[in-house]
Design a protein around this ligand. Sequence first.
Ligand code: SF4
Ligand code: SF4
Length: 418
Amino acid sequence: MEKAVRIQPDLQFVKDLQEVGGEALKRCYQCATCSVVCPISPAENPYPRKEMVWAQWGLKDRLVNDIDIWLCHNCGTCSDMCPRGAKPGDLLSALRNMAYRNLVEPVAIGKWMSSSSYLPILAGIPALLYLFIWIIRASQLGSFFPLFTWDEHAHAFVTDPNGVVVYGGLFPGDFTIDPIFGLVALLVAFVFFRGVVKLFKSFETLPKTFVVAGAPKPTWIEAVKGVILDEVATHVKWKKCGYSTAADEQKFKGHFILFYGFIALAIVTSIVAVSHWGGKVVSFIAPLGHTPMELWNPVKVLANVGALMLLYGLTQLTKRRLNQDPTKQGSSFYDWYLLGVIWFIALTGIFAELLRLANVPVLAYPIYYFHLICVFMLFAYLPWSKLGHLVYRTAALVYARRLGRVAVEPKEIKIFKL
Ligand code: SF4
Ligand code: SF4
C-alpha cells in the first residue's frame, strides 16, 4: 500500500496569489479543458490544470519550484476556453509576478510596484537625487534653465544667454548620469545573477516525473541558442501560441516591436557610452556618439526610430489591455506600472528632444528631469518588475530545455463560435 502523503496548505499564499491576479482560482472544478487546449503544453504532466489544483490546495512549495509557469506564453487560450471563468492563464501570470517580486531581496521593491500607494517612494528616490544635482549645478551656473555654446578652446559647453538647450550642460554625463546609471547597471546585474542562481536551485527539487525524456540532452550552448532563436529573437513560439484573434495579434505585434525598440535604444546608448569613454583613450571614436547630435546623424536616426517603435508597441499593448474581456483576463497595478513607466519614458524622451530643438529651456529641462526619473524607475527596479522576465524567463527556458521539458510543437487549435 502506498504511503499517505501529508499535505500542508499555505493559506496565506493562496490569499497572496488571489491578490496578484489569481482571484478566480477557486472557481476551477478540474475539468482539464485548459491543459487540453493549451497549444504548447507538454503531453506529459501538462499545465495549467495541475497548477490550478496546487493553488487551490495552497501547495506553495510545488508552485514556487514549478518550471512550467515559465513555459507559458500567456496567450490566454486556456482562459478563453475555461468553462468556469477560472482564468488559468492569469494564475500562471500571477505566479510569475510573485516570482519576480520575491526572488531576491529587498522584496519590498516588488511590493511597492504592486500598489499605487507606494508610487511616491519609487518615484521619490530618483526625483530627490536628480533635484539635488539640478540645484547644485544651477547654483554653479547661476540659472535653473541655462543656455550653452560650445567653446572650441575649452572643449566644453559654456553658459551663454544666446546659446541653446544642452542637457549635458545642466546634468553633466561624466559626473551625474554615467556614474549613477553605471552603478545601477552593476547592482542590477548582481541582483539578476543572484536571482538566476536562486531560480536554478529551486528547479533542482523538481520531481523526476516532470522531466520528459526525448531527444538527446542539449548542451548549455545548444539550449541557449534554441531559446534565443525560438523564443526571444523571433518570438516564433509565441506567434504560434494563441495567435488567432485580433487581441492576440495586437499583443504579439506590440511585444515584438517594443522589444526591438528597446534593442535599438540599447544600441544607441552603447554607442554614446563607448564613444564617449572609449574616446578618451582612442580619440578618433569620440565624435561618433557626441551629444547633442544632428537629426540626420545615423545614431540619432536609430534613436528616433527606436522611440517610434516604443510608441507603436505601447499603443498595441495598451489597447489590448483596455479591450480585454475582464471575465477572461485581468490586469493588476503591477501590470500597469510597467506599461505606465515605459509610456512616460517614451513621451518624455520625445518631448525632451522636441523642446530642445525648439530651444525652450523652461519646459525642456523639467521634461528631461522627468525623463531621468522614469528611466531610473525602469532600470533600477528592473529585477523586481515584470520586465525581469527578460532575464528570469530566458534563464528558466534554457534550464527547461536542458531538462528536456520543452513545449510540444504548437497544436492547431480551432475555436468555433456556436
Ligand atoms: S481552470 Fe477551468 S478549464 Fe482548467 S481545469 Fe479548472 S475549470 Fe477546467
Ligand atoms: S500558453 Fe496560453 S493556453 Fe497555455 S497555459 Fe499559457 S496562457 Fe494558457
